[in-house]
Design a protein around this ligand. Structure first.
Ligand SMILES: *Cc1c(COP(=O)(O)O)cnc(C)c1O
Length: 798
């Protein structure tokens, strides 16, 4: 480190700044990483194994220096050297700008998957867009969310390599003409298009301790070349500028909305840009292998599409095979449907992508023709071969009501369709996609999500990781299922005590961070009750804050009330255009400022809303959580992965029977989790029958009446009408997420938590049971299931 500092920076290590150290360590690690990268590429060139390509509009990779250090085996040494030189390692690591190339769970999942792929020595690559502006930076001003642009490339990003020689041209718009070839077949000429250059930036994805390094390729949109764009004497300078501007917009910014499709035209362009550039690269690589024909593409290539965002890859593959490679429809379709696999992430109808026909026609005219043909053949196929489904054709069609239903396109064009937790897959098969399941029962399968235990336990919580290793040895690091060996220690008092000590230390660290960043002093002996995730009505942060208001009301009534002190910790970004979500942020901040400053409640409860939730903030909070809030309306959270992170770090879950919570419950057993609320079937039955009345709930439960009236009457607002919208919204929409309905069982379950926490030994043994069973939720397990069940990949052994 010392000599590198001298040669790279011309500085003495004693004079180095944190940034100098960061740069130098990156350079040292990169040398290691690059060796493995080259080796892996050579290996794959030799062996030509089948590869998976993971197409995703989001990769929320988090900071890479620490995880790369860990994976190349230099983490501990580096930490020690830094400490010896008088530096705090975390001060150096936080010099890295955490790239926000994703919104939340879906993007983080993609990142965990790449980590596990490389670690299990599977050849696989990610493709995404190199957004110049990632997820916005969130600040609170007077309790309101404001969004600041996240220009993460201001400083050079040390992990990317620009590969201009591998740039690919992508075409938009233009017109399509049909010609008859001599043999009578049709040829489609696509002309007068707008051309955009996709320039790749490659980021290494480093396997743990195996010198196996895959690639995350980020595409950046640039002009093809400025000269060729002065195409018409008619186009003046300003039009030219505008044109260039619109090109750069394609990789300009991430859509800061993880559910709906705002800014449709630009979003379509982004999706097609990702898809077109990636497929071209995939096919180029295949051809470089000197395969006989693209007929055998599926023997070497499988493409996983992460949600429908990249599903235009299906018609794009057809276009390439037919228009550029000369295949007829039947063969092209046979190839395509053996290559694609689709992961569904949501059943919420407002989040299912649908694009207006007119837009696709204008932006991607040739692709539209192909989608139309896929739809025609699909609908005819049902009509002739599945007469019992004829009535369902309108609901199943890819094109209907002037729109293109991307989920239907993805299902029809893929050989595999998977949900992300058992309940979610069951709902897909039996409700949402019931008819498709009748058509293609062999396509549907479940792959419960996972998280990389290397980042989320080994790296984020070294105290706990060390304690585990001292107790059961280190084999769990490579075989996380062996965490179950901890079950032998659930009643081992010395271990329980040490576990309590680890949690205490982690809570002290977080308390210090909270104090530094917000000025709020929290009791580090209190229960750290944590809800960190995107702000969404279905995730029900509102239910959480209702519980806080209820406790506050109780304490005001009776200041002597004997409750276990609690710190409620929130993090959540709201989509900039999601008004109601922003209202809830403001409400939580308002309740926080009242509760935290009210001396009469003796600091028994505190509310902390930390700004700007992202991966590195999650890494600080997760190790300190006692209680993990996973309280979505049953059936709405496809899986969740935050639930897995906190369980793995010893938090106990309070949750509904939703997503992967069910699988957590099945493993740890009822005594070790706090389940409450309506079940998915009950929620569905209420939707079907219309028998639920929010107004009855409001009138019949005094606690709810009080809270709602406080919102209506401006008790928590800075002015009288501040939160009346929440009051009216809940009643006028009849509380579609059952916040009022689940309130009672939520409050009662929190009372059980309050009680349970008083018995630390019992609490800690529940905590151990959770850690012990968390191995199932390592993304290594998930990737193993994808690799054998869907991708049919071979592990590359050296
Ligand atoms: C894990 C994670 C999520 C997903 O959290 P859920 O609770 O599953 O919604 C979102 N954002 C970040 C930054 C994460 O690390």
């Amino acid at each position: 480190m010392k000599s590198k500092m001298e040669t790279l920076k011309g500085k003495n290590i004693t004079d180095a700044s944190h940034k100098d150290l960061y740069d130098v360590i990156c350079a040292i690690v990169s040398e290691e990483v690059n060796k493995g990268w080259l080796k892996t590429e050579e290996h794959c060139k030799q062996k030509q194994p089948k590869q998976v390509y993971y197409l995703s509009m989001e990769f929320l990779i988090g900071r890479l220096l620490e995880s790369n250090l860990l994976n190349v085996g230099m983490w501990k040494v580096c930490n020690e050297s830094l400490r010896r030189l008088g530096f705090t390692p975390t001060d150096v690591y936080k010099e890295e700008h955490d790239p926000g190339l994703g919104n939340g769970g879906l993007g983080r999942l993609a990142a965990c998957f790449l980590d596990s792929l490389a670690t299990l020595s599977y050849p696989g690559h990610g493709f995404c867009i190199r957004y110049r502006y990632g997820m916005f930076e969130q600040r609170f001003i007077n309790g309101y969310q404001t969004e600041l642009p996240d220009y993460w490339l201001k400083e050079p990003y040390p992990w990317e390599t620009r590969r201009a020689d591998e740039a690919i041209e992508v075409q938009f718009g233009g017109n399509v003409t049909m010609l008859k070839r001599n043999d009578g077949s049709l040829e489609f000429k696509h002309e007068n298009t707008d051309k955009v250059l996709a320039v790749p930036y490659d980021v290494p994805v480093v396997g743990y301790n195996n010198e196996f390094v895959n690639t995350l390729r980020l595409w950046s949109a640039e002009q093809v070349d400025s000269a060729s764009h002065l195409h018409a004497a008619t186009s003046n300078y300003y039009q030219q500028l505008e044109h260039n501007h619109s090109i750069e917009q394609i990789s300009g910014m991430l859509y800061p909305d993880d559910s709906t499709d705002e800014g449709k035209r630009l979003r379509i362009k982004q999706e097609y840009f990702l898809v077109a550039a990636s497929l071209k690269k995939i096919i180029n690589d295949y051809k470089a292998m000197k395969q006989k024909s693209l007929i055998h593409l599926h023997e070497k290539v499988v493409i996983q599409i992460n949600d429908t965002h990249p599903s235009m890859a299906i018609p794009e593959m057809m276009r390439i095979l037919m228009d550029e490679e000369g295949f007829g429809w039947e063969n092209a379709w046979a190839i395509t449907t053996k290559v694609f696999a689709y992961t569904n992430h949501t059943i919420m109808s407002e989040a299912l992508e649908k694009w207006p026909i007119s837009m696709i026609q204008e932006l991607l005219p040739r692709l539209y023709m192909i989608i139309d043909e896929i739809n025609e053949r699909f609908c005819q196929g049902i009509w002739f071969d599945y007469p019992e489904l004829r009535d369902s054709i309108p609901q199943m069609a890819i094109i209907a009501d002037g729109q293109i239903h991307m989920a239907h396109l993805a299902i029809v064009g893929s050989f595999s369709v998977n949900g992300v937790a058992q309940l979610h897959t069951d709902i897909l098969k039996n409700h949402e996609m019931k008819n498709f399941n009748k058509l293609y029962p062999e396509r549907f399968n479940n792959k419960t999500n996972g998280i990389t235990h290397r980042r989320w336990l080994l790296m984020a919580n070294p105290r706990l990781a060390n304690l585990i290793s001292e107790t059961i040895g280190t084999r769990w690091v490579n075989r996380p299922r062996e965490l179950t060996h901890l079950l032998r220690y659930v009643n081992d008092n010395p271990l329980l005590e040490r576990l309590g000590h680890v949690k205490e230390k982690n809570k002290q660290d977080l308390a210090r961070y909270i104090h530094q960043t917000t000025g709020i002093l929290v009791d580090d002996q209190s229960i750290f009750d944590v809800q960190i995730k995107r702000m969404h009505e279905y995730k029900r942060q509102l239910l959480n804050i209702f519980h806080v208001i209820y406790l506050y009301n109780e304490l005001k009534e009776n200041p002597q009330l004997d409750i276990t002190p609690r710190t409620f910790i929130f993090c959540a970004k709201a989509a900039p255009g999601y008004y109601f979500a922003k209202e809830i942020i403001k409400l939580i901040n308002t309740v926080a400022s009242i509760v935290n400053h009210d001396a009469t409640i003796n600091g028994k409860i505190k509310v902390v809303f930390l700004e700007n939730y992202n991966v590195s903030l999650a890494e600080k909070i997760v190790p300190a959580a006692d209680v993990s809030e996973q309280i979505s309306t049953a059936s709405k959270e496809a899986s969740g992965t935050g639930n897995m992170k906190m369980m793995m770090n010893g938090a106990l879950t309070i949750g509904t029977l939703d997503g992967a919570n069910i699988e957590i419950k099945n493993l740890v057993g009822d005594p070790n989790i706090f389940i409450f609320g309506l079940r998915a079937e009950e929620v569905n039955a209420y939707y079907q029958s219309g028998q639920y009345s929010a107004s009855d709930m409001y009138h019949n439960d005094e606690r709810i009446t009080q809270i709602m009236d406080q919102l209506r009457d401006g008790i928590f607002g800075h002015h009288d009408t501040e939160f009346t919208d929440i009051y009216y919204h809940l009643l006028s929409t009849n509380d579609p997420f059952f916040i009022l309905k689940d309130f009672e069982s939520y409050v009662e379950t929190h009372q059980l938590i309050d009680e349970a926490y008083r018995h630390q030994d019992k609490w800690l043994s529940k905590s151990i049971v959770n850690i012990a069973h968390s191995g199932k939720f390592s993304s290594d397990r998930t990737i193993q299931e994808y690799a054998t069940g869907i991708w049919k990949l071979d592990k590359q052994l050296k």
